[in-house]
Structures are given as structure tokens and as C-alpha cells.
Design a protein around this ligand. Structure first.
Ligand code: ZN
Ligand code: ZN
Length: 337
């Protein structure tokens, strides 16, 4: 485990939070940024095609034959299981920021849950996010909404960025993660896509068996399997995509600030609640390693509650809790926008 200061994006944030001259370097909401230098004019068809296909497949939820309340519930349970445990806890708070450790088997299991959200293999996701913290709302932040809102939300994923995937990119940002053969394998040749497809098949098969058993006929199995596939995989994937992307776009535009950090990060209660705590993004930029993103009593952080539960069970270790000093500074510096 590298020291936190070795990790781009994890250094100097506490000082930034309490430094007296931060206001002088904070970009204003009206500051415009250019697209990062590595971005070309060519569409990244692998991702763009995936976005179009998944959004169209998610629209199948409008077909009444495919509706089931279990399917609807699977979106929200799936957001907790795949979104909170996979993306928020494993990809973000653990792998990116070392805010906690888990036994390797559990870390890998949660990382697989993240893979099932179709948001890149873990190492690439982590590298891009560390780059974001290092250059937040300055060039070459990969997805600042100061370029424009759509760019910050999903536009940045639709164009080739020549820097992503280069040896320097991996070496600089995720060298220690790729020492683990598990993450290296997932990174190669889009192998993580087969994991995503396998979990979609499992969703269908589980629904098929349960539906056939409940209805007592084959058609019941086909219908319920398709319903779970559409709602539990397609709709959930698109939903988790947008609430994750909203952290990059919405919470760098709208909300209130507890800390005067040198970027546009904000705490946004809609994203905070829908994305299980990730929307308290200004707190997170002030203290990137802290496993808790909610710092005030009303800032509900379901992901942190899951981390506390894992710590109570003896599974999560080295959890970086907020210190009273950090919280005291945050309380004094409240700066509603
Ligand atoms: Zn951010
Ligand atoms: Zn982060």
C-alpha cells in the first residue's frame, strides 16, 4: 500500500482546505476551459456505441409485458449492491483513495461488482479519477464541466483521449494497482466486458428459473427473465451511469460548499441521496482519503454506513475516518452558494 501522498490527487488537499489564499485561485463558474490536450475530434465508438445501445435497451422498460415490481426493486437494490459497493466503495474510496482496506478476496469481489456497472475496468477508472483530483477544474482535468456541462457529464467519454491507456498514464496513476494480476487481467483487451455480459446472462437465467417455477409454464420464465434483464441490468446500468456522471458534472456546478478548496466542487443533496453519499463532493475534494463523504449530520452517506458495518464485522480495516479537526474547520467555513 503506497503512502497516500504518493498518489496523485491525494496530496495537499487538507492544506488546500484551510489555506488562506485559496479564494484567489478558485476558478469561477463562468471560467471556460478547453478540452484536455489529449482529446481528438474522433468519436470513441466503443463507448459511444455502448451508450446508444444500452439507452435503447433500457427503453424496453416501457413495454408493459416486461414490467414487474421485482424488476423495479432490482434497480434500487442494484444501485446499492453494484453502485455503492462496486463503484463508490471499491473503485472510488478503496482503490482510488485508499480510504480503507478489505481482505483481498472481498476487495476483488466488490471490484467485480463495479465491473458490472460498465464504467471501465478498475485501473483505468481509478487512473482517470486520480487525474481529476490532481487537476480538478484546471487543464487537463479529464471531465470538468467548465468545458461545458455535457462534456463534464458524458461528452468526455465519447471522444478519444490519446493520453488514456498510454504507458505513462498507467505508470503515473495506477502502477501499484496493476501489480495485482487480477486488475491487470481485467484491464487487457476489454476483458471486463465479458464479466458484464456474464452477469447479464445470470440475471436472465435467475429470472427465468424463478418465473418458470412461479408461473408453472415456460412463458412465465421467459417473461420474468426478460423483465429482470431489462430492469435489473439495462435500466440499472443506465441509472448508475448517470448518477455517477452527475458527480462529475452536477456537483462541480450546483450546490453548497463546506470547504474553500481550489476547484468548483459542491455538495449537492440530490446527488448525495441518489448516489449513496458521493454527492457530498466538496467534502470529498477537501479530504480525498477520508472514507466519509458526508461531514454534517444531514449529509446522509450510505456508502460510509456500509463501510462502518464492514468495519464492525472486522472486514474493513485502516478506515480513514473524519477527524474532529477536519469537521470543525468545515463547520467554520460553511459557504453556501
Ligand atoms: Zn470532482
Ligand atoms: Zn475521489
Amino acid at each position: 500500500m503506497p503512502d497516500s501522498s504518493d498518489i496523485p490527487g491525494n496530496d495537499g488537499m487538507t492544506e488546500a482546505a484551510i489555506g488562506p489564499s485559496v479564494a484567489e485561485v478558485v476558478p469561477s463558474k463562468r471560467t471556460r476551459l478547453s478540452r484536455p490536450p489529449g482529446v481528438t475530434r474522433q468519436f470513441f465508438w466503443t463507448y459511444l456505441g455502448g451508450f446508444v445501445v444500452l439507452h435503447l435497451l433500457a427503453l424496453l422498460a416501457l413495454v408493459p409485458w416486461l414490467f414487474s415490481w421485482t424488476g423495479v426493486a432490482s434497480v434500487f437494490v442494484g444501485n446499492l449492491v453494484f453502485g455503492a459497493l462496486g463503484i463508490n466503495l471499491a473503485y472510488h474510496r478503496l482503490l482510488t483513495h485508499n480510504g480503507l482496506t478489505l481482505p483481498k478476496w472481498l476487495e476483488h469481489l466488490f471490484a467485480i461488482l463495479g465491473v458490472c456497472c460498465l464504467q471501465d475496468a478498475p485501473a483505468r477508472w481509478v487512473a482517470i479519477h486520480r487525474m481529476h483530483h490532481q487537476h480538478s477544474d484546471q487543464e487537463p482535468d479529464p471531465h470538468s464541466p467548465l468545458v461545458d456541462f455535457f462534456w463534464g457529464h458524458m461528452g468526455w467519454l465519447m471522444y478519444q483521449n490519446k493520453y488514456f491507456g498510454t504507458p505513462d498514464f498507467y505508470d503515473r496513476y495506477v502502477r501499484e494497482i496493476l501489480k495485482d494480476p487480477f486488475y491487470l487481467r481485467l484491464e487487457r483487451d476489454f476483458r471486463y466486458l465479458s464479466v458484464y455480459l456474464a452477469h447479464a446472462v445470470l440475471f436472465y437465467l435467475a429470472g427465468f428459473v424463478i418465473g418458470w417455477w412461479m408461473a408453472g409454464e415456460l412463458l412465465g420464465g421467459i417473461q420474468f427473465g426478460a423483465s429482470l434483464l431489462v430492469w435489473g441490468v439495462f435500466v440499472r446500468t443506465v441509472y448508475v451511469w448517470h448518477i455517477t456522471w452527475a458527480v462529475n458534472s452536477v456537483t462541480h456546478r450546483w450546490g453548497y460548499r463546506n470547504y474553500d478548496v481550489s476547484d468548483q466542487s459542491r455538495n449537492n443533496w440530490i446527488i448525495g441521496l441518489t448516489n449513496n453519499g458521493e454527492g457530498w463532493h466538496n467534502n470529498h475534494h477537501a479530504f480525498p482519503r477520508c472514507a466519509a463523504h458526508g461531514h454534517k449530520w444531514w449529509e446522509l452517506d450510505l456508502t460510509y454506513i456500509l463501510i462502518l458495518l464492514l468495519e464492525r464485522l472486522g472486514l474493513a480495516k485502516n478506515v480513514v475516518h473524519p477527524t474532529t479537526e477536519q469537521l470543525r474547520i468545515g463547520a467554520k467555513r460553511t459557504d453556501p452558494v
